[in-house]
Design a protein. Structure first.
Length: 279
């Protein structure tokens, strides 16, 4: 069955759902799932509508919706298809391996076009699972030259998203701007907490009872972008720093996996520095 997604974000007003469903019906689109949300404080309406009987010409549908909805409405008409992604890594394997296994068995909801690493540690893993690996070292390069080399490689692919799977380099505002709301990061904390190096050592020393992870879109404010998914687990005094790190890696994989599932299925709307997520 062919499917089509209609994604809408606009000013809230009376009659929006009626207008939207009427236009979809006129195009012989059968609604099989519809989720709506109104941010009452901002008076903002959000909708994710899944339709069957997908049509060939989507531009006419988009124009009709634009005329019927409030001015400056954001409308996307998306044929249901897998996304294309690149993954940036450093040395840690746990998030990459989870992504590559799902990619190999076609359960990721996306196709991994390439892996780029600033070390070669994960080259063998990537190539074993039939994904090209490009080594781009940051050593003896300025940040600008390093990122230019990465962009040159990324530009060889048609990409929807870039996933930072424990890529331990801070990226520049110009890089972020080029891929606005397309870069997804996994952070080793239930943000905001324990910023910087050795987070689990910090957590151990503080005697924390909960650790977690956060997946978010990358912005110029380090680790403060719109949050997609978060989870926590309980720990106790028997956990040393090593045990916390092991538990932390497991939750990082889980949080990133869920975040990617939501994003690849077009369930995440970015609104300023927040998200609306239709799970």
């Amino acid at each position: 069955m062919n499917k089509l997604l209609v994604l809408i974000q606009c000013k809230d007003e009376v009659g929006l759902v009626a207008n939207i469903t009427r236009i979809l019906a006129n195009h012989q689109l059968n609604i099989i799932a519809m989720r709506e949300f109104v941010d009452e404080e901002e008076q903002r309406f959000f909708a994710r509508i899944s339709c069957s009987n997908a049509i060939e010409g989507t531009e006419e549908l988009k124009i009709e919706l634009q005329k019927a909805l409030p001015s400056k409405a954001l409308i996307e008409v998306v044929p249901k298809a897998d996304k294309s992604i690149a993954v940036l890594v450093t040395k840690e394997f746990h998030c990459l391996s989870d992504i590559l296994i799902r990619n190999y068995f076609k359960t990721l909801g996306a196709e991994v076009k390439c892996v780029i690493g600033n070390y070669e540690n994960l080259k063998e893993l990537s190539e074993k699972l039939d994904v090209p690996f490009h080594h781009i070292s940051h050593e003896n390069l300025s940040k600008e030259d390093f990122e230019t080399a990465i962009i040159h490689q990324l530009d060889k692919y048609e990409l929807d998203y870039i996933v930072l799977a424990k890529f331990m380099r801070i990226i520049s505002p110009s890089f972020v701007a080029k891929y606005k709301h397309q870069i997804i990061n996994i952070h080793h904390s239930f943000l905001p907490a324990f910023i910087g190096a050795s987070p689990y050592q910090q957590a151990f020393k503080r005697g924390v009872k909960i650790i977690g992870a956060t997946a978010h879109f990358v912005t110029n404010d380090l680790d403060e972008g719109p949050i997609i998914n978060q989870q926590t687990i309980h720990v106790n005094h028997t956990y040393g720093a090593k045990q916390m790190a092991i538990a932390g890696r497991e939750i990082e994989k889980s949080v990133l996996s869920k975040a990617l599932e939501l994003v690849f299925d077009d369930r995440v709307f970015v609104v300023g520095n927040k998200t609306v997520v239709f799970e």
